[in-house]
Write a protein that binds this ligand. Structure first.
Ligand SMILES: Cc1cc2nc3c(=O)[nH]c(=O)nc-3n(C[C@H](O)[C@H](O)[C@H](O)COP(=O)(O)OP(=O)(O)OC[C@H]3O[C@@H](n4cnc5c(N)ncnc54)[C@H](O)[C@@H]3O)c2cc1C
Length: 412
């Protein structure tokens, strides 16, 4: 199969796929990226974590982001069910570096920027091309079957196939590798609003996390360009949907009513998008690589969105996978072990964030009280919250935290 026209085929042009494709093209590989939609397209996931700075720098995208109209995100602020506001949590207070300020992005524009960057680096990008099947030969992935806008089927071969298809997880579903996270069965209902109340100064771009009545759920409130705010509620499907009219707009309106702090902020606002619903999104895969293939981004696994970790994990997994694939091709060893060598490091980082997600959903646990009792753990906590999770030290916090809440074991 060394006669393959492409070295690598990447399926999916979201942040994970564009990152892997760009970095492999930078290394001189012939890369084909296949995306079923025509960009720009809507995607949820608008708030970045500060640590996205480093992969974005490696992609050469910082100048474009600095010049963009995306609001700067300096902090996160929590608002209790009674409306009490915490102090904004400014990332630069623990690390006064440019990387501590990040962006709230319109994903349609952000993802377009990434995919155009891939094309500028020599990736062959084909949009409106749906991959219907990954092809195997002797147990090794060797190509894909796809259909373009005109509907005709086509086959392309490559030495390595990277599945970056997001939560649709083409290969993981086909190979039955997905395991849901049993304690994170949540749903989200969300929309864009114009003319909602925004804070001012450096707080204008802050992410707000606001609890609903009885702490049964929480809202994100993410300021975007053009006076738009992204608003969404996350809770159990039964809380959101049982005993309510079926249409998503009514569900969102009812939840807004249950959260006075969001209600006040939306009073002057007008909804300018359809209301979207997503449910049961947290899962992991039993394997992330096989002979000739790897999974990255959401198709590798997806975590509850409370800490806005999805795009960071997409960018980092694209980066890690590009390096592993490069080393595997150099060594002429396209086995699962070699291609998936990045997996344990990525999984360890995801587990750190996952434990913090479990702590967040433990009603008796308070991060404020934990840090008061254990001030020496503040740095580890902050490191996880900004996404600096791919290092051994951060895991030191969990022995202590486990005394206050049930933390999960890695999914088997
Ligand atoms: C409710 C909710 C809120 C979130 N909020 C945040 C947030 O605030 N911050 C954050 O960082 N993350 C957030 N996320 C997570 C974020 O959306 C994802 O983690 C991120 O988009 C993952 O990137 P990706 O490249 O893996 O997948 P995606 O961005 O989903 O990209 C996958 C791409 O693959 C394409 N594709 C799929 N199947 C095929 C196929 N068969 N053939 C060709 N192309 C295909 C799709 O069209 C898509 O463009 C949120 C997620 C949810 C559900």
């Amino acid at each position: 199969m060394d006669s393959a026209r492409h070295d690598v085929i990447v399926i999916g042009g979201g942040p994970s796929g564009s990152t892997a494709a760009t970095l492999l093209a930078q290394k001189g590989y012939r890369v084909l990226l296949l995306e079923k939609e025509r960009f720009p397209r809507f995607c949820i996931g608008e708030s970045l974590m500060p640590e996205t700075y480093w992969p974005l720098r490696r992609l050469g995208l910082l100048p474009k982001l600095r010049a963009s109209h995306f609001p700067r995100k300096y902090s996160v602020q929590f608002v209790s069910a009674s409306g009490r506001e915490s102090q904004p949590f400014y990332f630069f207070q623990t690390n006064p570096h440019e990387s501590s300020v990040t962006w709230q992005v319109l994903r349609a524009e952000f993802d377009l920027l990434l995919v155009e960057n891939a094309a500028e680096h020599g990736v062959e990008v084909r949009q409106e091309t749906l991959v219907t099947e990954v092809l195997f030969e002797g147990g090794r992935a060797c190509g894909v079957r796809m259909s373009g806008k005109g509907g005709g089927e086509e086959v392309a071969d490559a030495r390595v196939i990277i599945d970056a298809t997001g939560r649709s997880a083409l290969l993981a579903r086909r190979l039955d590798l997905r395991r849901p996270d049993p304690h994170l069965k949540k749903a989200a209902v969300f929309a864009h609003y114009e003319n909602a109340v925004r804070d001012t100064g450096i707080d204008e771009g802050a992410t707000l996390v606001l609890y609903t009545r009885d702490n049964l759920g929480w809202f994100w409130y993410i300021p975007l360009p053009r006076n738009v705010v992204s608003v969404g509620v996350v809770s159990s499907p039964s809380t959101l949907f049982e005993g309510r009219p079926g249409d998503p707009a009514s569900v969102l309106e009812a939840e807004v009513e249950l959260c006075p702090a969001v209600c006040a902020r939306l009073a002057p606002a007008r909804r300018i998008s359809p209301v979207h619903v997503l449910s049961d999104f947290s899962f992991r895969t039993r394997r992330w690589a096989g002979n000739g293939w790897v999974l990255i981004g959401d198709s590798f696994g997806f975590l509850d969105p409370i800490y806005s970790s999805g795009v960071l994990l997409a960018l980092k997994s694209g980066e890690f996978a590009a390096d592993s694939v490069d080393e595997a091709i150099q060594a002429a060893d396209l086995s699962a072990d070699r291609l998936g060598a990045f997996g344990p490091k990525l999984s360890a980082g995801i587990e750190a964030i996952r434990k913090l997600v479990y702590a967040f959903y433990t009603p008796t646990f308070s991060f404020g009280q934990f840090v008061k009792k254990h001030p020496d753990q503040r740095k580890n906590l902050v490191d996880i919250l900004v996404g600096d999770v791919f290092k051994e030290e951060v895991h030191g916090i969990f022995e202590l935290m486990g005394q206050y809440c049930d933390l999960p074991k890695p999914l088997e």
